[in-house]
Design a protein. Structure first.
Length: 64
């Protein structure tokens, strides 16, 4: 029998500045993976993380 998925899921966080800014220092988008509790955090997560492409701390939003 297959196991159920459970409460914690893996999500991907993507930089919002890299997606919109065309004058950045290098090509690419900064992405992080993390886990969240599906029951406690039902909406999309936003965290302030370091982006190597922007070379600063920016807001990273959950994708997919």
């Amino acid at each position: 029998m297959a196991k159920s998925k459970g409460v914690r899921i893996v999500i991907t966080l993507e930089c919002t500045e890299c997606r919109t800014n065309t004058n950045k220092r290098s090509n690419g988008v900064s992405r992080y993976t993390t886990m969240k509790n599906r029951r406690n955090t039902t909406g999309r997560m936003e965290l302030k993380k370091f982006c190597t492409h922007c070379n600063s701390h920016t807001i990273h939003k959950e994708i997919k």
